[in-house]
Ligand binder design. Structure first.
Ligand code: FMN
Length: 196
């Protein structure tokens, strides 16, 4: 197996980070990898908001957890109520990935509207970011729960460009050596069919 396969297979979601900030050149290289993802019509419809302000990350965590405990979000209640749970896993860097809603595809994709492409493109970009981080020995975690924050008016204070929709965040940081990382769980079988 070559290095790419090794990186793909060894990447895991990291949920325990050292407080030390990652180096600027590492961060830049990781984000640049994100910009090399494929995108529909080569729109490159992503925007990255890099947050390294501890107080801001903590306040976002609190606001998200306030949403998570609402009866409406029953599935998230337990996590939201736990003092131990931190949406960003105390990562020193959080990257919000937003997509340009005006970057529309002329092709309606099955079951979607015309705004589907930026979301898919941003997902491809995020995967590049996770793999680039892993290749540098840096921990990462794709964060969907941050969507609770995206629904709040405070999201506008992040300066995300007007036509962009925040989709996800990525936590980045050096892995806490104390985290005993298990190898990736077994892959589901029966997910491939062949026509030859
Ligand atoms: C769309 C998406 C949203 C996710 N949201 C979260 C999240 O909010 N918090 C978290 O800790 N992990 C989150 N994850 C990470 C998954 O839980 C993780 O990828 C999955 O359990 C497989 O583990 P692995 O990444 O170690 O292979 C998310 C992953 C994806 C793709």
């Amino acid at each position: 197996m070559n290095q790419i396969f090794n990186v793909i297979k060894s990447r895991r979601s990291i949920r325990k980070y050292l407080p030390e900030q990652i180096k600027e050149e590492e961060l830049n290289a990781i984000i640049e990898a994100g910009t090399y993802a494929p995108s529909g019509h080569n729109c490159q419809p992503w925007h990255f908001t890099i947050i390294q302000n501890k107080l801001l990350i903590e306040s976002m965590n609190e606001k998200i957890k306030q949403q998570m405990i609402l009866p409406l979000h029953k599935w998230a209640n337990k996590m939201g109520a736990s003092d131990q749970y931190n949406v960003f896993h105390h990562a020193p860097t959080v990257v919000i990935v937003s997509g340009d809603k005006t970057a529309t595809s002329p092709l309606p994709l099955a079951g979607t509207d015309f705004h589907y492409t930026p979301l898919v493109d941003c997902a491809a970009s995020i995967e590049n970011i996770l793999l680039a981080a892993e290749s540098l020995g840096i921990g990462s975690c794709w964060l969907g729960l941050v969507n609770f924050f995206f629904e709040l008016p405070e999201v506008r204070e992040l300066g995300i460009p007007d036509s962009y929709q925040p989709y996800f965040a990525v936590a980045l940081g050096y892995k806490d050596a104390g985290t005993a990382l298990q190898p990736a769980p077994k892959r589901r079988i029966g997910t491939v069919s062949y026509i030859r």
